[in-house]
Write a protein that binds this ligand. Structure first.
Ligand code: C5P
Length: 243
């Protein structure tokens, strides 16, 4: 079988050249990594679940008018996406204290925040994706002030949508990370949600029991990661077997 040209291989995904100019094929691997790849494993079926879940969230966002890179799912592990220029930032939205914020500020995990907080990390594995203030982003030219204002507005819309959808199935959206890309339609630049939205990039807690249903299960050795992701997919009605 003819192989496609590899464009980029990351920790959990591979990008191949797409069938038309300006498109890519995004392949979801079963690899799980944490702590900047110091902890690694292969979780059978994770890629299939994340492909499905990311499709679900991206389609839902498009339905409410939030532009994304998603074009269509191709098969169990692959989706066709628009090629974008990724802004080198991890855009994190938090509703409750957890993870690095809880640690940095000495807060108890699960403490509700006064309002959703958007923060930025500079995407660089060798530096461990350090938290950066807006001042750095603008001074170093990673994004303009206008871009940043638009990114914050986009991130908060994603948060409203995701929190609502998850609440509807008994899950608390603690926090999540998105990546934003630039696409050009002729001379007109648009910001779109890119990469993936999945339990790899969110914190999701069962509202009743507090059970973690996200990558913290892997980070903290809390049980079977595929079971947790399957629970999320089942509740959202997007199990891969319902193809
Ligand atoms: O670790 P931290 O608390 O900063 O993570 C905030 C959110 O961003 C979590 O949902 C985490 O899964 C996500 N994240 C991510 N990729 C990273 C860093 C954080 O998806 N490189």
């Amino acid at each position: 079988m003819a192989r496609r040209k590899l464009v980029y291989e990351g920790k959990a995904k591979i990008l191949y050249e797409g069938p038309e100019p300006g498109t890519l094929v995004q392949y979801f691997k079963d690899d799980a990594t944490a702590f900047n790849a110091e902890k690694k494993d292969v979780i059978d079926g994770k890629g299939v679940l994340n492909n499905r879940l990311s499709e679900f969230f991206m389609l839902g966002l498009q339905r409410i008018g939030v532009p994304t890179h998603f074009i269509r799912r191709l098969n169990m592990r692959e989706q066709l996406i628009r090629q974008v220029e990724i802004i080198p930032l991890e855009v994190i939205v938090r509703n409750f204290a957890a993870g690095s914020m809880a640690k940095r500020l000495g807060m108890e995990e699960g403490t509700p925040l006064p309002r959703p907080i958007v923060e930025f990390s500079y995407k660089d594995d060798s530096l461990g994706d350090p938290l950066v203030p807006e001042e750095y982003i603008i001074a170093f030219g990673w994004a303009s002030q206008q871009d940043l204002d638009d990114i914050v507005a986009l991130a908060l819309r994603v948060n409203d949508f995701m929190a609502g959808v998850m609440h509807g199935v008994g899950i608390k959206l603690v926090d999540f990370k998105i990546e934003i890309g630039r696409v050009w339609d002729n001379d007109f630049m648009r910001l779109v949600v890119a990469d993936e939205i999945s339990p790899d990039s969110c914190r999701l807690w069962d509202i009743e029991s507090g059970r973690k249903l996200d990558k913290d299960v892997f980070r903290q050795d809390l049980g079977d990661l595929a079971d947790a992701y399957t629970e999320v997919a089942k509740r959202l009605g997007v199990m891969p077997s319902n193809a």
